[in-house]
Design a protein around this ligand. Structure first.
Ligand code: NG6
Ligand code: CA
Length: 514
């Protein structure tokens, strides 16, 4: 049961807005679809300069809308980025928002007001489909996967969900539909542990001969499901266990069905793909179709899913009245723990585009992500925008679009920059805050990375520069020098200015700042 403030205490969101000039004259209720890719890098799409892989559907979306070149995920990994997107609160304000295990308890509490609540209260049908990775059930490790879960996205404003509990590389490897394991197999009760194996169950470590689909390169050597080693131990599942090669087909089919079922009312769909996260094992229709091996094939599969949704909107006559936002949860990684030949077949492809670092990194490669917005007739087409934008603002901005009323404490860091999203306002966000091992502040021109004692490279597998450095780092973002020359000693006044922003934001939710 949710507890909200009495309506009298709920001012309209536009009244708090500090960036959006005035109340939207006539709140509109277009359908809204957020297509949220996993680990898709800035340079992974042909419309962002990739030439070893073609993404015609995403390119078409960009041709029909705005392609943003300066959009930032809140964090360089999944759980904190998703938490921030769906709650409008910086994940780093909470200690428990790091990369979640598959048996993590639900991280967003049912009492929090989410983006889905916002749409739901505005009369939308709402759905979360695909990767979840924000915990399920009441408490970590206590879920009974053989019964309805104690807490699920249904408690967060989603009318419908068909999700993977965490990532494809984490157990349990089953879909959850409306709070219960989908296609549950009573003959194979499910048990999950992140502590120890179940007696007699094979593991990637002890039974490498059973890894018939994909072998690990680091980690991922615990339970084996579908011939692929995972993180964590599970038992049972039977016919409910997913086949990695069918995940894209399955979530796409459920998304299409949701759109069909709600074509006559406004709907909000959070469509979070498994592509291009590891284990990359796309359907055989895509395997071998790119010169870059399974990682490239997974990009093709992602593009296919996007195309399927676009076709569905066309077929149902919904394209004009649907705002589509496509982005990614964090930057790219090449070898993330499976021997999928991604490194060897990369060639001159640059997954992070021109940016330094990648997933897990304080550098731009960690959080600078592709972002495309399409709303035919309402949003200019074929435009490219370098406006400084953060995903943290999407909740308030979309709220402003639909005339939502939010509780006082909701979305505390999300500011209304609807004009940026729709291309009518080119005013940059004054700063954005990025989160990796530490915090960074970016303005349009400068970036400051807090000192951090961690190692300069990831130590446990992926070859990624972390951007950690024991002294303050300051980069001039105007020079395109790719965060190479640390100017902190040359411009101590800039360092101070950016540190002051950080100090302020740490203390005070962004929406309460002037
Ligand atoms: C890491 C996993 C990696 C990936 C990541 C989370 C190992 C060795 N590596 O711990 O494969 O799952 O966590 O990725 O276990 S994210 O995109 O969901 O944040
Ligand atoms: Ca991710």
């Amino acid at each position: 049961m949710k507890h909200y403030l009495p309506l009298a205490l709920v001012p309209s969101l536009a009244a708090w807005s500090n960036a959006y000039a005035g109340e939207p004259a006539d709140p509109q209720k277009p359908n809204v679809i957020i297509i949220y890719a996993d680990d898709l890098g800035y340079g992974d799409l042909s419309c962002y300069g990739a030439h070893r892989v073609e993404t015609p559907n995403v390119d078409r979306l960009a041709d029909q809308g705005i392609r943003f070149t300066n959009t930032h995920a809140v964090a360089s990994t999944s759980t904190p980025s998703r938490y921030s997107l769906l709650t409008g609160e910086y994940a780093w304000r909470r200690p428990d928002t790091g990369v979640a295990a598959g048996n993590a308890g639900m991280i967003i509490r049912p009492t929090q007001f989410t983006m889905a609540d916002m749409f739901s209260h505005a009369g939308y049908a709402t759905a979360a489909i695909g990767k979840w990775h924000l915990g399920l059930g009441d408490k970590t490790g206590t879920q009974d996967w053989n019964a309805p879960l104690a807490a699920s996205p249904a408690d967060l404003g989603f009318d419908y969900h068909y999700i993977m509990a965490a990532t494809a590389d984490r157990v349990p490897c089953v879909f959850i539909e409306n709070g219960e394991v989908a296609d549950y197999d009573p003959s194979a009760p499910i048990e999950v542990s992140y502590q120890k194996n179940f007696p007699g169950e094979p593991t990637g470590k002890d039974n490498p001969e059973l890894l018939y689909n994909l072998k690990h390169s680091h980690g991922h050597d615990q339970s084996i499901v579908n011939g692929i080693g995972r993180i964590g131990y599970m038992k049972g599942g039977g016919k409910a266990l997913w086949k990695d090669e069918n995940i894209a087909d399955s979530i796409t089919a459920h998304a299409i069905r949701f759109i069909e079922q709600h074509q006559d009312e406004p709907f909000f769909m959070y469509f979070a793909t498994n592509d291009v996260h590891v284990p990359r094992f796309p359907h055989e229709r895509f395997r071998g179709k790119s010169p870059m091996g399974l990682r490239g094939d997974a990009i093709l599969q992602f593009d296919w899913s996007v195309g399927q949704l676009m076709e569905t909107l066309d077929r149902l006559g919904l394209t004009e009245n649907t705002l589509v936002i496509l982005s990614s949860d964090n930057g790219p990684v090449v070898d993330d723990g499976y021997a999928d030949r991604a490194v060897e077949l990369l060639g001159d492809h640059k997954p992070a585009g021109p940016w330094r670092g990648g997933k897990y990194s304080n550098f731009e490669g960690g959080t600078r992500v592709p972002a495309i917005v399409r709303w035919p007739g309402k949003v200019a087409k074929g435009e490219v925008s370098d406006v400084l934008m953060s995903q943290i603002d999407w909740m308030a901005s979309l709220g402003s679009l639909i005339g939502a009323r939010l509780p006082q404490e909701a979305a505390p860091d999300s500011r209304d920059h609807l004009g940026n999203l729709l291309g009518t306002d080119q005013t940059d966000r004054p700063w954005i805050i990025e989160f990796s091992s530490g915090l960074s502040v970016c303005t349009k021109d400068w970036k400051y990375i807090e000192p951090n004692d961690g190692s300069a490279m990831i130590t446990w597998g992926p070859k990624v520069e972390t951007g950690n450095c024991p002294i303050p780092q300051l980069y001039d973002m105007r020079t395109g020098d790719d965060e190479k020359e640390n100017l902190s000693t040359k411009h101590p006044e800039k360092v101070y200015e950016l540190q002051t922003i950080l100090r302020k934001v740490r203390r005070t939710p962004e929406r309460k700042l002037p």
